[in-house]
Design a protein around this ligand. Sequence first.
Ligand code: TRP
Ligand code: MN
Length: 449
Amino acid sequence: MSAPADPELLAGLDAWRDLPAVHQPTWPDPEHLAAVRDRLASLPPLVFAGEADALRERLAEAGRGEAFVLQGGDCAESFADATADKIRNKVKILLQMAVVLTYGASMPVVKLGRMAGQYAKPRSSETETRDGLTLPVFRGDAVNGYEFTPEARTPDPERLLDAYRTSAVTLNLIRAFTTGGFASLKQVHEWNRGFTKNPAYARYEEIAAEIDRAIRFMSACGVDVESLRTVDMYSSHEALLLDYERPLTRIDSRTDLAYDCSAHFLWIGERTRAVDGVHVDYFSRVQNPLGVKLGPSVTGDDARRLMDVLNPTGEPGRITFITRMGSGTVRDALPALVEQVTADGRPVTWVCDPMHGNTITANGYKTRRFSDVMDEVAGFFEVHRALGTVPGGLHIELTGDDVTEVLGGSEEIDEEGLARRYETLVDPRLNHQQGLELAFQVTELLRGR
Ligand code: TRP
Ligand code: MN
């Protein structure tokens, strides 16, 4: 990964420094920051360019309706939660959902963790005030601490190195879990059988029993291949902190092109997707597959201009548009957008984020209703079916643990119930059961039940 890089490409990778910084922290000590950037630049890449290329091809398949994307994980990962148990539980729920969706969609599922790098958040205000004390807002563990003290809230560049190391250990476990027997289809299905044995989830028994028969049929036929035991799982996070992403961007020796080796897939948020903004400029220069979050205010023109900058030649799999419209809006706002993008002709992969358009406050907690989440997913499928376009996947905030952050689901977490185990640092996540219910209900939707 060390080619004599094209000077023009290198200059381009630093063009963002002359653009107005948006959603970047104010680091108190620029020299310290510069030293950290140098250190990051000297460390090994977290992922390889060839892996990012492979993912781009899988996402192109999803765009054509030949695969289905499942992207999921925390709103914000924390360093404290990078434990073996919590990482295992997150991989486990993604695998459990993936088995159900693979069956439901009769397609390979592209497994994309919102993991191993999701440590930075854009925030709507610079500061937070509590009892007369004003401090910098929490921007994620890669920047500052959650605790409301001046020490914790002051941005500290050492945290960028912690983010790198925590990403590395997380990715190491993901790679071990997905290749070392843990991901075997039979085992993952056994976990799902355990779930559907709970009377609360009896309605999903039938689908689980069908999957069971399919697996037993395969074994009876003697199908016993490596692909039943291992899984390709990819990493992703919001492309936000350029002081982190730039030093981890490397020139690939095969192609002499730049790849952001902090993750396989990066997405540009709804708040940072300005077509002339610093994030769109920077990520136009790297080869990774990219997501762009699109909310209800987006126009077809905005989307086309983003394609002009991020994917001028229309390379399949390069752009995933992750729509987050809200359950009440998706059926009105999505069709025109999809039609105009489709008319452009350059391919995109459409993924539904049914979380961020459905955030409410209840009992003092930031939460979401499971029913709204499902309704947005249903609307997404309806719109794409009606237009003859491809609903390519789902982007979900979830955790593998039994938290109580989202209202509803068959175990009916109610407003009082939120207090029981509300642990998220930013947005509310589906818990383990709600994630799995979502996968079963999507399977029901795919069959038009
Ligand atoms: N390797 C295949 C896949 O990734 C089948 C598979 C094995 C699988 N274990 C799995 C699918 C666990 C989903 C979950 O699709
Ligand atoms: Mn979020």
